[in-house]
Design a protein around this ligand. Sequence first.
Ligand code: C5P
Length: 288
Amino acid sequence: MTVKEKAYAKINLYLDIVGRLPHGFHAIETVMQTVSLYDGVTVTAIPSDIPSVTLTASGDFAVPTGKENLACRAAYLYMERAHCPMQVHISLVKRIPVGAGLAGGSSDAAAVLRALNRIQNGFFSTEGLLMLCEELGSDVPFCLLGHTSLCRGRGEKMERLSSPPPFFAVLSTNGEYVSTPTSFARMDALYGDFLREEKHGNLQGFLAALSSGDLFALTASTYNIFEDPVLDACPRAKRALLSLTERGALCARMSGSGSAVFGIFDSEEAAKRAKAALGDGADIVQPV
Ligand code: C5P
C-alpha cells in the first residue's frame, strides 16, 4: 500500500531558553507555527518477515539516504513498537532547507509515522504516536500535529493556540548550516544557567498579542534568544535579516537555532518585493 503525506516546515514565532534539563537538554518556551513550505513524503509498505527501510530523495536539497536519516529511524521505531515488520520504502521530495531551523528532518519523520499509521489502519492513537515522536526528537511531536502551539519542556509539552492572523512571511536560507547542539552550547557559554531576567523574552506578552488577533502587536512581541549569537557567525543570514527589515518587514527573525531567517509582511506585494531583493534562496510562505 502507498500513501502520501505533506511534511510542513515550521518557524518559531517565539523561542526562549529558560533553564537546563538533565541529559544535556534545555528547557525551552517556544511558539511554533506550521508554514506552507513542505516536503513530499510517499511511503510504500508491504508485509514482510523482516523489517527493512529504503529511502530515496529528490528535490532541492540533498539528505542522507541511509538508516541515520530520521525518517528511516521513524519507520523502524514504528515497526518495532507496533510489532509489524514490513518492507518500507520512503520517497522524499526535499523542498525544506536542511539544517536551517525549519524542522525539515523532524517533519519528514512525523510524516512517515502518520503514513505508516494510516497503512496500519490507525494502530496507534494520537497519544501513542506522540510518544514515538518524543523518542525521535524535540520538534517531532509538534510536527506530527502542526498548526500553532506553545511548546515547553524539551519541546514536547504542547498546548494548541489560536492561529495568528493571516500574513506573508519571506523565508530566507543561505546555505549557512547550523548544528543544533552547537547553537545550544554557544548559548550555555554566553548565558550560563539562563536565570538572569534580562536574557529573556516576554512570553505572556507574546501570548496576549497572539490572542488579540492584531498582527502588529504579534510581530512586535516575536523573540528568539538564539538570534544575535548565532547570526554573529552567519553573515549571509544576518544580511538577509537586515534586508528584510529595510524592505518593511513588520518583524524579521531567525527561526529555531538557525540559520534561516524570516520577515513577516501584511501584504503579498510587499513580501514579493522583499523576496526579489533577496534573490535565490527565498520563499514566500503563509501560516497553515
Ligand atoms: O531533540 P533533538 O534531537 O532535536 O536535539 C538535538 C540536540 O539539540 C540535543 O542533543 C541537544 O544537544 C540540543 N537540544 C537541547 N535542548 C532542547 C532541544 C535540543 O539542548 N530542548
